[in-house]
Ligand binder design. Structure first.
Ligand code: PEP
Length: 224
């Protein structure tokens, strides 16, 4: 069971440090892998504060080149140097607002995995889109897919546990990797979503910004 908090463009270094100190001091369940995904500028603080704990620090994106003339991008080797453990790729906000395509997502995922990072690759609706987005990804022991119906991200609307289960079965039939559900996961709905057999964890946006809510979601993943 994996619960990952995607902070998006929230929490600069100061706030990240305070949040991670709070997280570090919680008694999180031992059977849930917990990950935070701060913005680039806060990764260093998160890595420092969480060093020596089981809590992983992931970036929110990663470029495929090692280095080069790619203004605004960050490479896998730079993230590794910082002590970052993995990265999200292909979040729907990257696809919708910043021009990421199936091809660039595949390149980002492949480069990150090859460099030794763990990867959460995001895919979304509909079944045809899901299959197309998955078709460019290859199985890897360090790859996890996050199924995030676009209508459920940041909207307060959540897929029913049955719908999530069905979509996750589709994902797993194409690519046999752990699948996280993402889309308005909150303390109040986490337990029934995470109880589905094909739901291997959650990618949490808004509710991961608040320590108490994020802790409650991590607890809901325990024994699921
Ligand atoms: C996300 O950012 O991946 C996400 C699922 O956001 P939220 O939980 O806010 O819907």
């Amino acid at each position: 069971m994996l619960v990952a908090g995607n902070w998006k463009m929230f929490k600069g270094p100061e706030e990240a440090r305070a949040f991670c100190r709070g997280l570090r001091d919680l008694a999180l369940p031992g059977d849930v892998d917990v990950v935070v995904c701060p913005p680039y500028v806060s990764l260093g603080q998160a890595v420092q504060v969480l060093a020596g704990t089981e809590i992983g620090v992931f970036a929110q994106n990663c470029h495929w080149a090692v280095d080069g003339a790619f203004t605004g991008e960050v490479s896998a080797s730079m993230l590794l140097e910082l002590g970052v453990y993995g990265t999200i790729v292909g979040h729907s906000e990257r696809r919708q607002l910043f021009g990421d395509t199936d091809e660039t997502v595949a390149r980002r995922a492949a480069a990150a995995l090859a460099a030794g990072l763990h990867v959460i690759a995001c895919v979304g609706e509909t079944e045809a889109v899901l299959r197309r987005q998955l078709s460019v990804l290859d199985h890897d022991d360090n790859l996890v897919v996050a199924y995030e119906p676009v209508w459920a991200i940041g909207t307060g609307k959540t897929a029913t546990p049955e719908l999530a289960q069905e979509a996750h079965e589709v994902v797993k039939s194409v690519l046999d990797v752990p699948v996280l559900y993402g889309g308005s996961v909150k303390p109040g709905n986490a337990r029934e979503l995470l109880a589905q057999a094909a739901v291997d964890g959650a990618l949490v946006g808004g509710a991961s910004l608040e320590l108490e809510a994020f802790e409650a979601i991590c607890q809901a993943g325990s024994l699921s």
